[in-house]
Design a protein around this ligand. Structure first.
Ligand SMILES: [Zn+2]
Length: 271
């Protein structure tokens, strides 16, 4: 199956010479599961969920068409204020790799433009100086601790940090673990909770969830997209780290800098 796809990819690439990827429109067959499809196409279950919003391991329908990119990669729609450098940071990669993948000959991009980010390019610049990595690249808009709640106006405890980033920004697992919860949870909106050895980590207000309960996810794996679901004033990620279900200040567990290139990429840009 995979070899056949590779031949088709080469054919399409040579024929059109413009695109570094193609989208398979796959019709779901009897006895297919999300996992079997992911094995057949050499992509992760989460990648299939990201490309097919609303799909879960339990709602596959025979005859349904789903989209699977080859090679594995993610789509990003350019938002207002974006430039290649910022987008590269959001995927913890480099502008050069994004330009290559999209055959861009200049740095000019436009709002609404769709950029393909190959999975192989993602995470090249994760900062792994600590146990956890930053789940998104963005601006901390609200810290951990007591505060006046921006919506209720009440003095209340903020059990995590808010990282502002545009809708659609990828969210990466801050540490490996098992997905304990994936779904709607009151004020948290669309929420993912992952259990790692002695920690739980929570991701709130997502626009899209790309994992399912019981799934094992690796540190740095794309688990969903930033949104503004639940009790939220705008697109951001609410991120919590808990120790035996007690929320702690995530800043004590995250690298001091959100963007530090790994050694082999020093010089490619970034702070
Ligand atoms: Zn929050």
């Amino acid at each position: 199956m995979r070899r056949w796809l590779l031949v088709l990819w080469l054919f399409v690439s040579i024929t059109y010479g413009l695109s570094s990827y193609f989208l398979v429109h796959y019709k779901i067959q009897k006895n297919d599961t999300l996992y079997s499809i992911s094995l057949d196409f050499g992509v992760s279950p989460s990648l299939i969920l990201d490309w097919n919003p609303g799909l879960t391991p339990w709602n596959l329908k025979v005859g349904q068409i789903i989209i699977i990119p080859q090679p594995p990669g993610y789509m990003y729609t350019v938002q207002k204020g974006d430039n290649l450098d910022i987008i590269a940071k959001r995927f913890f990669t480099t502008p050069v790799l994004i330009k290559e993948a999209n055959h861009l000959t200049s740095d000019i991009i436009y709002v609404g433009q769709k950029l393909f980010i190959p999975e192989s390019a993602i995470g090249k610049a994760f900062n792994d100086e600590k146990f956890f990595i930053w789940p998104v690249y963005g601006t901390i808009s609200s810290g951990y601790g007591w505060r006046i709640h921006p919506i209720t106006g009440k003095y209340s405890f903020h059990s995590g940090i808010d990282i502002a980033a545009p809708t659609g920004t990828p969210i990466f697992a801050a540490e490996s673990g098992i997905v304990e919860f994936a779904g709607v949870n009151g004020g948290y909106g669309l929420m993912v909770k992952i259990k790692s050895s002695s920690y739980e980590h929570v991701y709130g207000h997502l626009s899209q969830i790309d994992v399912y309960e019981g799934q094992y996810v690796k540190k740095g794996q794309l688990i969903g997209r930033v949104g503004s679901t639940g009790l939220s004033t705008g697109p951001h990620l609410h991120f919590e780290i808990r120790v035996r279900e007690k929320a702690v200040n995530p800043l004590n567990y995250l690298p001091s800098k959100i963007w530090v290139l790994k050694k082999e990429l020093v010089g490619a840009g970034g702070e």
